[in-house]
Write a protein that binds this ligand. Sequence first.
Ligand SMILES: Nc1ncnc2c1ncn2[C@@H]1O[C@H](COP(=O)(O)OP(=O)(O)OP(=O)(O)O)[C@@H](O)[C@H]1O
Ligand SMILES: CC(C)(CO)[C@@H](O)C(=O)NCCC(=O)O
Ligand SMILES: [K+]
Length: 255
Amino acid sequence: MSFLAIDIGNTRLKWALYASPTPGAALLDHGAAFLETIDELAEGAWAKLPHPGSMLGCNVAGDAVRRRVEEQLELWDFTPRWVVPGAQEGGVVNGYDHPGRLGADRWTSLIGAHWHMRSRGSHRPVLVVMMGTAVTVDALSADGQFLGGIILPGHGIMLRALESGTAGLRVPTGQVREFPTNTSDALTSGGTFAITGAIERMHRHLRTRTGKTPIVLVTGGAGWKVAPDLDVDHELVESLIFDGLLAMQSHRLAL
Ligand SMILES: Nc1ncnc2c1ncn2[C@@H]1O[C@H](COP(=O)(O)OP(=O)(O)OP(=O)(O)O)[C@@H](O)[C@H]1O
Ligand SMILES: CC(C)(CO)[C@@H](O)C(=O)NCCC(=O)O
Ligand SMILES: [K+]
């Protein structure tokens, strides 16, 4: 029975169809659409898909976007289901002051990260880095405690904020340099170091808290751009949110 996983971010919707709702299941098809174009999914990319057996999504773009996606999902006859962050799920305990206020994408990626660690038999803490419109850096202990994490603007938002807040910072994209000597390089390097510096700092916090060197898992559309400048060992796991959705769906079916 195939399984449709949907990740609605602030810029794009990403979807993936798996052969079954089991972590590690074969990927049958996948795609992405900017939120401006999601009203065409049923007549476009989804029109040719075989009928999914079930669906689970995570959404941080608000109720209006969720309803637009549900209209597209009327193409099929299952009931759409969406991740609601709670106190615990998939072996992860939610340390947020108000667990329901944690972003569904952060919760899902933490559950995905915990599944990766379990399936590898790893007993190290994990730093989960998501690079989308915003960047999040979340700390997960080896036994599945979400300890907390940070939210910062993505590279694009940082540069747009500088462009709109100043008179003299409207320049083309530059290169990342240790000591930038022109405006383009200074802005590009500044955004990159703000993100990598924040990750390196959270890495230090997590190592101090747990006494173990964390594994760093990086996901999100912009991950590959920032990863080369990151001074801590890390892995790119593009499917982390989908892995979390698969893990959640398989746990739910087992209950
Ligand atoms: N040179 C760069 N270095 C790092 N990040 C960049 C760079 N240029 C753009 N970005 C970031 O990449 C993001 C775009 O990535 P993408 O649209 O794939 O994200 P996404 O994962 O779909 O986002 P969301 O899940 O929030 O919708 C931009 O929001 C911006 O923050
Ligand atoms: C931080 C973002 C925008 C990252 O996509 C999302 O997870 C979100 O809207 N979170 C809600 C607030 C929170 O996580 O504390
Ligand atoms: K996202």
